[in-house]
Design a protein around this ligand. Structure first.
Ligand SMILES: [Zn+2]
Length: 253
């Protein structure tokens, strides 16, 4: 069994971008599916969460998740519990953070961009789910705003941008390509013949730079969820019939 998740050398707290390795789900959900609403057997997903918690070194009762809606809302997670019971989502949102020691926050993805933020000075951690709608809505910047409102200095934030569908695979309509080029600059779109490919992770990085995150404090992982079917679920590659990853960060300074 390989490692359950990928990490960034930049983040000084336990965290991970889960791969599909090390779980008990089968078929198109093989094996570490962490999505309950995609058609997998519930008991298997529950076991996968237990394995994730064991590997993360944190109890399931202190993991906070959100019901993701492709918007820009950010929630603050309260204190969890030391139990091994998975908690229900804390609300409809696409970003969340916690200031509670020992708690962890996570977002679910299968192609969308996961972003983990750590404020080692103010001791806050956040997770963001940024698909094209969330990226267009600047959800990562809203997460930074929420941390800044609590006292975080953006120039001290450490950020890891995780595996997602990269521009090698993310062909979009000419209309969406034009929209993103207007919003973020022409280098987020790669034109090949009459195909347009969107570099969503690049747009997220530009969003974070605009709100004061330093380039040297961002680690942008290069893995493409669509290219690597052995390690990742991909909503687009698998035409919607696939599992979900969890991308998490633990408040442990
Ligand atoms: Zn690719």
């Amino acid at each position: 069994m390989g490692s359950l998740f990928i990490t960034s050398a930049l983040l000084p707290v336990p965290h991970g971008f889960a791969t599909r390795t090390g779980g008990v789900s089968e078929g198109r959900f093989a094996s570490l599916n962490l999505g309950f609403t995609v058609g997998d057997v519930r008991e298997r997903v529950e076991e996968n969460y237990r394995r994730l918690a064991a590997a993360a070194g944190a109890p399931l009762g202190s993991l906070h998740l959100v019901k993701q809606v492709h918007g820009d809302r950010v929630l603050q997670a309260g204190a969890g519990e030391a139990s091994q019971a998975l908690r229900p989502a804390i609300g409809d949102a696409d970003a969340l953070f916690t200031e509670h020691a020992g708690n962890w926050v996570g977002v679910s993805t299968a192609d969308c961009v996961p972003v983990l933020l750590v404020d080692p000075e103010g001791k806050r951690v956040a997770a963001v789910h940024s698909g094209w709608r969330g990226t267009d809505a600047d959800v990562s910047a809203r997460a930074v705003d929420a941390l800044v409102a609590r006292g975080t200095r953006p120039e001290r934030l450490l950020v890891a941008v995780g595996p997602c569908i990269q521009q090698c695979c993310y062909v979009v309509s000419p209309e969406l390509a034009r929209h993103f080029a207007t919003r973020f600059g022409s280098d987020v779109v790669v034109a090949r013949g009459d195909e347009f490919r969107l570099d969503l992770a690049r747009a997220v990085v530009l969003t974070l730079r605009r709100v004061g995150v330093k380039v040297g404090n961002m680690d942008v992982l290069q893995e493409c969820t669509s290219c690597d079917s052995s390690r990742f679920f991909s909503h687009r590659r698998d035409t919607g019939r696939t599992g979900r990853h969890i991308n998490f960060v633990v408040h442990r300074f």
